[in-house]
Ligand binder design. Structure first.
Ligand SMILES: C[S@@+](CC[C@H](N)C(=O)[O-])C[C@H]1O[C@@H](n2cnc3c(N)ncnc32)[C@H](O)[C@@H]1O
Length: 249
């Protein structure tokens, strides 16, 4: 009832999750108060659902979105072309994409990288020893030995244009780090850098897959081509999300 009054659309479902997460009525009340104060449900529960898995999330780290399951599925399809793929989850946040890769490809060599120390810590929580986790600015985070050897790079990098940040839902604006959302002018600054730098790190025939909005996809496809990729755009009409895939030939 209190969640409903506070404007939670899925109040009943949320209440059930909060009750299940609490060990006592006092704890349930504390969790409820956090939610009523506007904290995202996933931070309060400590997990988010992603492609049928529970990914641990902590405040200060981007909450994986269901729309990114489209990128995850496309990357799974790409990685299935290799027997023992080397996969990089670039801008990994909590490592949601990597948890999917780890489940699907027990034989894969997994790497995940992020600039944020909080994200790197969360990815370690989710992936343990299953992936090598690197901290730094895009590909500069990686050891030199990986150059020319990565079969699939999947990146859900920030792509919200800076001038659109004030219009994001309150929960994202207030509770998630701006660094996880802000894609600079047009939202494409990081994605363009990724497209330019990826060829040096990919194996022959390797693939780069990035998430963006439907509207950003044609421009980004042109950037991929300029970097030497054969580029393909797939869109998910339900979420307005696009995945640009570049294959290195
Ligand atoms: C939109 S979030 C996506 C996180 C994760 N891939 C997911 O889908 O849940 C973008 C992530 O990019 C990271 N990031 C921002 N700038 C970066 C940079 N220059 N190098 C590496 N990571 C960066 C942020 O810290 C954040 O974790």
């Amino acid at each position: 009832m209190r969640l409903q009054s506070a404007g939670c659309v899925f109040a009943l479902e949320e209440a059930e999750h909060l009750l299940r997460a609490a060990d006592s009525p006092d704890e349930a009340e504390a969790l409820l108060q956090r939610r009523l104060s506007g904290e995202p449900l996933e931070y309060v529960l400590g997990w988010a659902e992603f492609l049928g898995r529970r990914v641990r999330v902590v405040p200060g780290v981007f909450i994986p979105r269901r729309r990114t399951e489209f990128l995850a599925s496309a990357a799974l399809e790409s990685a299935s072309r290799w027997e023992h793929p080397v996969i990089l989850d670039l801008c990994c946040g909590s490592g949601a994409l990597s948890t999917v890769f780890a489940g699907a490809f027990p034989e894969a060599e997994l790497h995940a990288a992020d600039l944020s120390s909080e994200a790197v810590a969360a990815a370690r929580l989710n992936l343990g020893e299953r992936a090598e986790i690197h901290q730094g600015d895009l590909f500069a985070a990686l050891p030199f030995r990986l150059r020319g050897s990565i079969d699939v790079v999947a990146a859900n990098a920030p792509y919200v244009p800076t001038d659109q940040l004030p219009f994001l839902p309150r929960e994202a604006r207030i509770h998630e780090p701006a660094q996880a959302l802000d894609g600079g002018r047009e939202g494409l600054e990081l994605l363009r850098r990724i497209a330019a730098d990826a060829p040096a790190w990919l194996s022959s025939g390797g693939e780069l897959l990035v998430e963006c909005s439907e509207g950003q996809a044609p421009g980004l496809q042109a950037d991929f081509r300029a970097s030497g990729f054969q580029a393909l755009v797939r869109t998910d009409a339900e979420t307005g999300t696009a995945v640009v895939t570049g294959v290195l030939r």
